[in-house]
Design a protein around this ligand. Structure first.
Ligand SMILES: CC(C)(COP(=O)(O)OP(=O)(O)OC[C@H]1O[C@@H](n2cnc3c(N)ncnc32)[C@H](O)[C@@H]1OP(=O)(O)O)[C@@H](O)C(=O)NCCC(=O)NCCS
Length: 268
């Protein structure tokens, strides 16, 4: 349903979308079904949106990257938003420079949070109020970023990690960890988040206690832990070590453009 007077320039937006009369959707944006666009939302031409998303008032999606050298560059990449994404008031999501800025299915971006250019926020992650995600950063599946945390550009937050409120994230954070402080440091395993998100059952917690032991031993027992770890834990563990060591070589965890979902993936 399009409200009278809505500034939607594209005629092919499906009528199941609810667009407030003050919302502005530029011609060229690709919009799926059953989305909500609140007052003064701005969706630029380079944005692709799936189905069942909710954009509250004053959010701005797809404006140019905050990058002095590339702000005016032609051919910037766009923004891809999946299905069931919730974007609260005053959220800003910039378009990409070398990657498509991507917000995957089920992500919640709370009031005033910011996803910088080329960032990737993966399935069901929660980005709390006032969080700033620097350019090219990755927040992996079901990670939870606490109020006002700031993530340095080109860093990766692992799956199921809990980043505490006010954290200053200077290095990539491993999955499954609760981490906080300035600079942000892993403190312990995020058992609550892992159980809630279905990453681990009560009976498998013992596997993950190995990670905790490992963290405490500062990687000293890497070989021993790999020997005793069940196969299904190894890939997680390897990722964990990549992230820990990835501070000087983030390319190991930075997804390539070819690995990112393409607009067509969302348009079944
Ligand atoms: C990180 C967090 C999950 C708690 O982790 P925790 O390890 O269980 O922390 P505890 O509550 O046991 O506190 C342990 C210590 O860390 C401190 N601490 C807790 N959170 C902290 C944070 N974000 N930054 C700095 N220190 C913190 C506590 O003050 C306590 O210090 P003390 O030992 O000197 O008393 C929580 O504090 C947090 O930041 N949650 C996010 C809240 C949020 O953003 N909510 C969103 C609402 S929409």
């Amino acid at each position: 349903m399009m409200m009278k007077g809505a500034k939607v320039q594209k005629t092919n937006i499906h009528p199941s979308n609810r667009v407030h009369q003050t919302a502005y959707i530029e011609e060229g944006a690709v919009i799926g079904h059953n989305n909500h666009f609140g007052p003064f939302t701005y969706i630029s031409a380079c944005v692709v949106i799936g189905d069942n998303c909710r954009f509250e008032g004053h959010c701005s999606i797809g404006s140019p990257p905050e990058h002095k050298g590339l702000h005016f560059a032609p051919g910037n990449h766009g923004v891809l938003i999946g299905n069931g994404v919730v974007v609260k008031e005053f959220v800003t999501i910039n378009r990409g420079t070398t990657h498509t800025t991507t917000i995957q299915d089920g992500v919640w971006m709370l009031r005033g949070s910011h996803a910088g250019h080329d960032s990737l926020v993966m399935h069901d992650a929660t980005i709390s109020c006032n969080v700033v995600i620097g350019g090219h950063s990755v927040v992996m599946d079901k990670a939870n970023i606490g109020l006002g945390a700031v993530i340095h550009q080109r860093r990766c937050i692992g799956s199921y990690a809990m980043i505490g409120m006010g954290a200053v994230v200077t290095k990539s954070m491993p999955p499954f960890m609760t981490a906080y402080g300035s600079p942000c440091k892993p403190k312990h395993l995020n058992f609550n988040g892992m159980l809630r998100g279905g990453a681990v059952t009560e009976s498998r917690l013992s596997l993950f206690k190995l990670y905790e032991a490992l963290a405490e031993s500062q990687m000293g027992s890497y070989k021993r832990v790999m020997e005793v770890m069940p196969p299904e834990g190894k890939s997680i563990f390897e990722l964990w070590t990549k992230l820990i060591r990835g501070t000087s070589d983030l390319s190991s965890v930075q997804p390539e453009e070819k690995d990112l979902p393409k607009p067509g993936d969302l348009r079944q």
